[in-house]
Design a protein around this ligand. Structure first.
Ligand SMILES: [Zn+2]
Length: 228
């Protein structure tokens, strides 16, 4: 144990690890994200107002049991880059670490049966090398011990980036992009659907509507960041 600590300190001395969010050198006790950035994160867990806003995202659109997000995300500040870092800069370990953090804010008492990461189109997943939602889901599963199911829901439409569409087009663009291929996996189950970022919720809604076609299934949602 002692040797381990010494070699970690030596490594950090010669090859300092950088904060994934602001690039500051990390202290020995810090992992991936520095304390400054953690302080900058507006965690939703203790924020009644943010929690309420989060719960109302899908109001009138579909039945969602519960929605959780680790932190609120804004245009300014370093922490908004974390999901991009995970996605576009091969931040698999960071995604996993953030997934564990998200797992910690989920309630210990729950009746969730399965975790489902929002699927990527297989071509996109091949291009990126991994699905960021699946990496986050693995982190959550390690903390909560809820199993991850990657089968049964597929992304059948390879759609381009959403940012250039208007609000209506965006919705039109996400309709029927998912397909439930094995409904039996989700029957009578409470599903926790995972994505990296919650903004309009259109993509998540599209996936959830597909899962809800399985008999007696229920949906909750958890994301790393939420734009409220
Ligand atoms: Zn930082």
């Amino acid at each position: 144990m002692f040797l381990e600590e010494v070699s970690k300190a030596t490594l950090q001395l010669f090859f300092p690890k950088k904060c994934e969010s602001c690039s500051r050198d990390l202290e020995m006790k810090e992992d991936f994200i520095c304390l400054h950035c953690k302080q900058e994160m507006k965690f939703i867990k203790g924020d009644a107002h943010a929690k309420k806003m989060l719960q109302s995202v899908f109001k009138g659109r579909m039945e969602v049991e519960n929605i959780w997000a680790l932190y609120q995300y804004f245009e300014e500040g370093n922490v908004k880059n974390i999901p991009q870092k995970i996605k576009y800069q091969g931040g698999k370990q960071l995604g996993h670490y953030m997934g564990r953090m998200l797992g910690e804010v989920l309630p210990k008492e729950h009746d969730i049966d399965l975790i489902i990461p929002l699927p990527l189109h297989y071509k996109k997943e091949r291009l990126r090398g991994f699905n960021q939602s699946a990496v986050i889901a693995t982190g959550i599963s390690e903390i909560t011990k809820i199993p991850v199911e990657k089968r049964g829901l597929e992304r059948v439409k390879y759609n381009a980036s959403q940012t250039k569409f208007s609000k209506y087009d965006r919705w039109d663009n996400v309709r029927s992009i998912f397909q439930l291929t094995r409904p039996s996996l989700f029957e009578n189950k409470h599903i926790l659907l995972i994505d990296d970022v919650l903004t309009t919720g259109a993509t998540l809604e599209s996936a959830a509507q597909e899962i809800l076609k399985a008999d007696n299934s229920r949906i909750s949602i958890a994301t790393l960041a939420a734009r409220l």
